[in-house]
Design a binder for this molecule. Sequence first.
Ligand code: PDD
Length: 275
Amino acid sequence: MLVYLNGDWIPADSARVSVFDRGFVFGDSVYEVIPVYGHRPFREAAHLARLKASMTAVGMDERLGPVHWPSVCARLAETLPTGDGTLYLQVTRGAAPRQHAFPANAPLTLFAYARPRVSEPAGNAACTAILCDDIRWARCDIKTTSLIANVLLVQEALSRGADEALLVRDDRVNEGAVSNVFAVCGEQLLTAPRNHLILGGITRDVVLELAAGLGIVVEERAPSRAELSDAREVFITGSSREVTAVTRIDGKPVGDGRPGPVFHRLHAAFQTFKE
Ligand code: PDD
């Protein structure tokens, strides 16, 4: 497998990054995950715009790592054996002697590779979740690789026999550790507003568009913990999981414990749309 590293295409086994790279030392780095369907990166422009926004938010100077991402993405997407998978893109603040302050003019480290889809998209399948305190920082809108909190939260979910951790801050369920959250509460479909407490998911945006097209009204308001536990349906969205129903939270069935009608409509619309 060839990976892209700082302008070169290198076999993954021989690609090397400095031990002084700030991505390694500080987690001083941002990333993107872009789904690919039929060799075509899905919503590429939105993902690249978010990568740029993440870089701007952390003060990374694009001129220190010029790259034409659409060409890199196209070449990576071409290599996927079945045409389906994900692209991973990462930009770090480069290698420099260890001090917290930004290094002067260190070239950014640019890395990308393609990962074939290992199984069918989980969209049809249901998943289970637990509720956890949101232990992350207050800039969840930046897609940074400083993911230790998310790693711990996912591990907590797995250790309790669930797939995803739904994160609660000030009694509001804002998003999951690796996904955005939607809940059907009464007659309303709720999802947290796009602000610094969530990663503004590209899949979330697509689902909002599809919901509008289907006449499903969405209120951008994070459900409270009580609203979520009374929800008739809960589903999560994300680049690798597409739209996935959550059928149990903390062991308790959501609604009747099966994916519900709102999920089914949006899931079906997503399957058609992505083609
Ligand atoms: N994560 N919220 C969080 C915290 C996420 O990590 C993700 C995706 C999302 C959904 O965003 P999108 O629809 O743009 O993928 C929301 C990716 C897939 C990951 O870290 O692997």
